[in-house]
Ligand binder design. Sequence first.
Ligand SMILES: C[S@@+](CC[C@H](N)C(=O)[O-])C[C@H]1O[C@@H](n2cnc3c(N)ncnc32)[C@H](O)[C@@H]1O
Length: 217
Amino acid sequence: MSTAPVLTPDHGALMDSVYRKQRHVYDATRKFYLFGRDQLIDGLALPHGGNVLEIGCGTGRNLARIAKRWPGTTLYGLDISAEMLKSASERTSGMARLAQGDATQFDPEALFGAATFDRVVISFALSMIPDWEQALLHAASLLAPGGSLHVVDFGDMKRMPAIIRAPLRRWLTWFHVAPRNDLVRLALAQAARRGLGCRSRIGLGGYYQMVILGRVR
Ligand SMILES: C[S@@+](CC[C@H](N)C(=O)[O-])C[C@H]1O[C@@H](n2cnc3c(N)ncnc32)[C@H](O)[C@@H]1O
């Protein structure tokens, strides 16, 4: 049975409160526990001159790395937190077009002047978005022909020792993070609906999960 998402009245304000101070130490600290992000970036296989949208772009860390790894790419970043966007703006300094918006219901044409994207990236953001299912569906609807959606996030941690799993999951709740155990199931359903392929990978005993929707080998 699927349950209705718990919607926070002002999710943007909540994210601002989480990140107002955290954003200053975010990149230095998250490299120790947000695994799979560079693997996702390496796997983007962007065509020269292609465009990428990162939904929930945070400090802009991934966008800056994409610019280095895939030169010639047009970059867009969306986040609900004005605080995080301050960091993203400093980090990407004119390399990316940034906008504030809600992953579940933004209009890319109005915000970025682009309706579709060659690659859409969602990295450790679905676990913080109350209506993450709608965010995933919206992201999949923004793919250009031949485009792909790349997601990395916390996994179900099922194959990790219980002594680590339980405190880890508790600790994540302090940051309003909830692993999305149904991510692969929903991605497979979306892929079937849209005539796309879907590939998934579980890392470190379920600590993180990666999903690619699109033309996958
Ligand atoms: C853990 S951070 C991940 C940042 C970056 N993607 C990374 O990999 O480092 C999650 C980000 O998602 C953003 N976020 C949360 N809910 C959102 C929503 N509904 N719409 C857009 N962004 C959202 C937060 O503000 C935060 O910047």
